[in-house]
Design a protein around this ligand. Structure first.
Ligand code: HEC
Length: 317
């Protein structure tokens, strides 16, 4: 697909990433079956058929969530708005849970654009984000995934309705066997999400009541200026302020390297610059694995605060 058409369609396509992370009961048979009377069991969730990035067919209830702790979100792989930022943020969670991923914790991202997101496309997407074991990307029939989104409380009325400002960046984490389900934002602090998945929900395994107050006990972030605050919450899942590349280029010295007006436009509307075939943007896009720098709908004052912050930091590494 051509770059500009991808970018054009991204806007409308974005954001239903269903992201399920699942924690399996390991070691022996699960003794903690769903509590009697839990409404969120086998009869609640549709056991729809899905195909993963390796072409393997699975069933939602039986193979993905039964007796597991799960977190779920919906994606469009060629989404240029918030999806890449969501995936990047969840990738931070994934990295924090590294030794558990694929063992007792599993992530599932389910596409709501089956026509475009074939298993092959999903595989490429996973490779671009450099995630593998324990994180499955799935696709299924649209009627089925719609049903699933509804049952998970993550349905927004059609892709059209999810345009500007209506991004559904929520995902579900839950433990099927205890019937606990919690809606979270993919932009939550990765450490909090990792602790929720790795600890709070996991405790249910040992029969202890899950501690859902993880937010309160989460490590407090130091007081930050506005630019730093935005950078840490929206940018640093892809960028460092040093030389090292993340999913995007290292940003050390970027305010000296680039024209300020260009920089401001790029941060505000990278999709537009790509659609216009801006030469710097196009070159970057091709070099960075065709991961789209997301349009995060920042205001002019946000962008200014960010640029000031990047300038101050890179002078003073
Ligand atoms: C999903 C990952 C992702 C997120 C989140 C992200 N970026 Fe990027 N960024 C990229 C990629 C990838 C590129 C390279 C261009 C491309 O492929 O579109 C890039 C390029 C850039 C560049 C150009 C670097 C240069 O040398 O000119 C700047 C500046 C930048 N990003 C700033 C930001 C800021 C500020 C934020 C937060 C508001 C942000 N990015 C959020 C992925 C991301």
């Amino acid at each position: 697909m051509k770059t500009h058409s991808v970018v054009g369609s991204l806007r409308s396509l974005c954001f239903y990433a269903v992201f399920i992370s699942a924690m399996l009961a390991f070691g022996g048979s699960p003794v903690w079956a769903a509590p009697k009377g839990s409404p969120w069991g086998k009869n609640y969730f549709p056991n729809i058929e899905l195909v993963d990035q390796d072409g393997k067919t699975v069933h939602f209830y039986d193979d993905l969530i039964k007796d597991k702790v799960v977190a779920i979100n919906f994606i469009y792989t060629h989404c240029g708005d918030s999806c890449p930022a969501e995936t990047a943020n969840l990738r931070q969670v994934y990295k924090l849970l590294a030794d558990r991923m694929g063992k007792d914790i599993f992530f599932y991202s389910i596409s709501i654009d089956p026509k475009h997101d074939t298993p092959k496309v999903l595989k490429e997407y996973a490779e671009r984000f450099k995630v593998g074991s324990g994180w499955r990307f799935l696709t299924g029939r649209e009627t089925d995934t719609t049903l699933l989104r509804k049952s998970l409380g993550l349905f927004r009325d059609g892709v059209e309705a999810s345009k500007l400002g209506e991004h559904n960046t929520s995902f579900m984490v839950g433990n099927e066997s205890t019937g606990q389900w919690i809606k979270r934002s993919s932009f939550d602090e990765p450490k909090v999400l990792a602790s929720l998945l790795g600890r709070s929900l996991g405790h249910a395994k040992s029969g202890r009541k899950a501690n859902l107050a993880s937010y309160a006990s989460a490590e407090k972030l130091p007081k930050m200026g506005r630019g730093e605050d935005i950078f840490r919450s929206r940018c640093d899942s892809c960028h460092s302020l040093g030389n090292e590349d993340g999913l995007g280029p290292g940003l050390q010295g970027v305010t000296q390297r680039r024209d300020k007006a260009w920089l401001a436009r790029w941060i505000k509307t990278p999709d537009k610059l790509l659609a216009e075939k801006d030469p710097i943007a196009t070159d970057f896009y091709n070099r960075y694995n065709k991961i789209l720098m997301p349009n995060l709908r920042l205001s002019d004052s946000d962008v200014e605060a960010l640029i000031n912050y990047m300038e101050a930091t890179s002078k003073n590494p």
